[in-house]
Write a protein that binds this ligand. Sequence first.
Ligand code: APR
Length: 232
Amino acid sequence: MRGDKIVILTGAGISAESGLGTFRDEGGLWAQHRIEDVATPEAFARNPELVHRFYNLRRAQAAEAEPNAAHHALTRLQAVWPDDVVIVTQNVDGLHEKAGSAAIHMHGALTRALCAKCDARWDAPAQMCRHDRCPHCGTAATRPDIVWFGEMPYHMDEIAAHLQTCAMFVAIGTSGQVYPAAGFVQEAALCGAATVEINMRDSDMSHAFDTHLKGPASKVVPQWVDRLLASA
Ligand code: APR
């Protein structure tokens, strides 16, 4: 049954004002690095040291970063309706948790390590290298617990169930270029949800949303949360 559930999908744009670069904006991460060099299982097999260096740097940057007003506003919203506000994030930076929110991490987390041999997971050290051994099976096959291109995002069944039962779907700071997340708006709309996009500019999926709120997440998200709470 459709209740009052709100599903909020976040992307790199929500963390941009915390000083973390996005992927596809001008000068973004994918302009500085080739995806095929650092974000595929094949890249890791070919050059694990390079891949570890890339994620070690990103882990260090995320550890320094602080959540901004947009992350805090979502925490405020979730505190009022803990059972009805579901945050699904493509981000691996941990800023939702730093702000006090609970989020479903569909692309993994920089703070976690994964054994490519036995699938064990544990807390990642600040710096990882190709000689690190899995604490469970002892193999030196430690990788960041990040979903790379060509891999299946995490928690898809749980996310699909939320999309099918939400009254509202909101996408914040995501370019709509990467599936399956890019298709969530259509899945939710098909099941009857109202859809809202919050972004600095049009995304590749803008056409699929009912409502567009344009501007920086740190301004627009708190305003949207205030309006929502006032109308409740
Ligand atoms: N406020 C709101 N939106 C912003 C802001 C801001 N301050 N800054 C940038 N944006 C928007 C951009 O307009 C763009 O639409 O955020 C979006 C960022 O898009 P991407 O860089 O493509 O990031 P994202 O959509 O999260 O990428 C999806 O791609 O490489 C993978 O796995 C990686 O999870 C990532 C996925």
